[in-house]
Design a protein around this ligand. Structure first.
Ligand code: HEC
Length: 121
């Protein structure tokens, strides 16, 4: 019984530590973007990582985003997310990346994803 309580207390303490680290989304947009990118579902949509790998040699549905921070600047990445059909990555068809992110993501979340993707050098 006592042991269980200790375990629960430890768990709560750990959860608090994790929450306080992860809660710094506004201080560290790139870290928040990294987390968001990894979500398998965002809103009602399959998340970014279901179509994009971060391994240069692995193509899922969309291109690998390894090194995207060296291929595009913030404006390009933002446009790729919000208006994917404007500039298509060679070899990938249009209308494959869902043009839903302007509705599905908040402005802050778009900023966080852009900040994160810019760190992928
Ligand atoms: C259903 C699959 C799918 C999902 C989900 C998806 N994408 Fe894409 N994405 C693609 C495809 C296909 C392309 C290439 C065609 C194009 O340029 O639109 C692409 C292109 C891109 C590019 C341009 C890459 C380059 O090399 O220039 C970026 C950046 C990008 N996506 C980011 C994201 C982010 C961030 C999310 C999540 C908010 C996301 N994508 C969700 C399929 C997807």
């Amino acid at each position: 019984m006592k042991k269980t309580f200790l375990l629960v207390a430890l768990f709560v303490a750990l959860a608090l530590v994790v929450a306080s680290c992860g809660g710094g989304s506004s201080d560290d947009p790139a870290a928040a973007g990294k987390k968001l990118f990894a979500e398998s579902i965002i809103g009602a949509q399959p998340g970014c990582s279901t179509c994009h790998s971060l391994d240069a040699d692995t193509v899922i549905v969309g291109p690998s985003l390894a090194g995207i921070g060296t291929r595009g600047d913030a404006a390009y990445i933002r446009e790729s997310i919000l208006d994917p059909n404007v500039i298509l990555v060679e070899g990938f068809p249009s209308d494959t990346m869902p043009p839903v992110w302007g509705d599905e993501l908040t402005e802050d979340q778009v900023d966080q994803l852009v900040a994160y993707l810019l760190t992928l050098k």
